[in-house]
Write a protein that binds this ligand. Structure first.
Ligand SMILES: NC(=O)c1ccc[n+]([C@@H]2O[C@H](COP(=O)([O-])OP(=O)(O)OC[C@H]3O[C@@H](n4cnc5c(N)ncnc54)[C@H](OP(=O)(O)O)[C@@H]3O)[C@@H](O)[C@H]2O)c1
Length: 261
């Protein structure tokens, strides 16, 4: 589905970035994997290459404009273009959750919002290259917190809502130039370490085991189970592909029924 596409993934060493990278490469994309820590990104690249895919790695802080710009130029120099830019950047939940809003200081409130600006930076710099080809797809990941009031998550919800608003705004400006902008809003996927880190302490406080907590979350979905990283990545493949040419300016609800549209 992505044969010969050139995809740049930011935060590629993370759970979602890694799953998307593997799925994009499986479908024929040449993936350029970036992250702050090279070791995590290298591990994903090794997987991709061992299954016959094509992957290159680079150390790029997605909040550093110069680093993102220089890397994108190196991709253009090597591959000739950028077809897909995927923002999978996120910070550890343990750093941002657990403090009531009335006690939260501004720096901690702002942390997830500042992190979300990676999406703006990536989109802006990638779009400048994509405009020349009159095609491209810019993607990000959000969470149900964008739409539901959830206690003790600080600035996380506002950050997710901002990314979804940015998806609409970017699309309104870029779609006339052939660039689609789409987001994914998955339910918590327990395989991701950051989800376990976030929810296990809350489970303990509620005198529940981690397994019982997952079951409680799963019971909010229609199929009574949580999504896997592979399922999320398969949807990402479709959205990134030309098969989804009719989709832009939207965030796909992957909460399996736990959040109504
Ligand atoms: N996992 C889920 O179930 C789930 C569900 C819904 C939404 N989401 C959202 O999806 C995003 C990714 O989640 P995830 O589970 O994949 O998290 P993750 O495993 O923690 O991955 C996030 C990645 O982003 C990297 N990163 C952080 N700051 C960066 C920066 N400035 N430049 C480049 N890379 C940076 C991290 O690397 P470092 O080691 O350098 O920090 C990490 O590799 C988050 O926004 C999360 O809230 C996740």
């Amino acid at each position: 589905m992505l044969k010969n596409k050139v995809a740049v993934i930011y935060g590629a060493g993370g759970a979602i970035g890694g799953a998307v990278a593997r799925a994009f490469a499986r479908e024929g994309a040449k993936v350029f994997l970036t992250g702050r820590l090279r070791a995590a990104v290298e591990a994903v690249a090794k997987d991709v290459v061992s299954t016959g895919g094509s992957a290159e790695t680079a150390e790029v802080d997605a909040l550093d404009e110069h680093a993102v710009d220089t890397h994108l130029q190196s991709v253009i120099d090597e591959a000739g273009r950028v077809d897909i830019a995927f923002d999978a950047v996120g910070i550890s939940n343990t750093r941002i959750i657990g403090v009531p809003l009335v006690e939260l200081d501004i720096a901690l409130f702002s942390l997830p919002i500042t992190t979300a600006t990676s999406y703006f930076l990536i989109a802006r710099l990638a779009a400048r290259r994509m405009v020349a080809n009159k095609s491209g797809v810019i993607m990000t990941v959000t969470a149900a917190h964008s739409r539901i009031g959830i206690p003790l998550v600080g600035g996380y919800g506002p950050a997710q809502a901002a990314k979804e608003a940015l998806t609409r705004g970017l699309s309104a400006e870029l779609a006339p130039h052939g660039i689609r902008v789409v987001g994914l809003r998955p339910q918590a996927m327990p395989e991701a370490e950051t989800i376990k880190e976030a929810y296990e302490p809350r489970a303990k406080v509620s005198r529940m085991t981690w397994e019982q907590w997952q079951e409680m979350l799963a019971n909010k979905t229609h199929p009574r189970r949580l999504m896997t990283l592979a399922e999320m990545a398969n949807v990402a493949v479709f959205l990134a592909s030309d098969q989804a040419s009719g989709m832009t300016g939207t965030t796909v609800n992957l909460t399996m029924g736990s959040l109504d549209d």
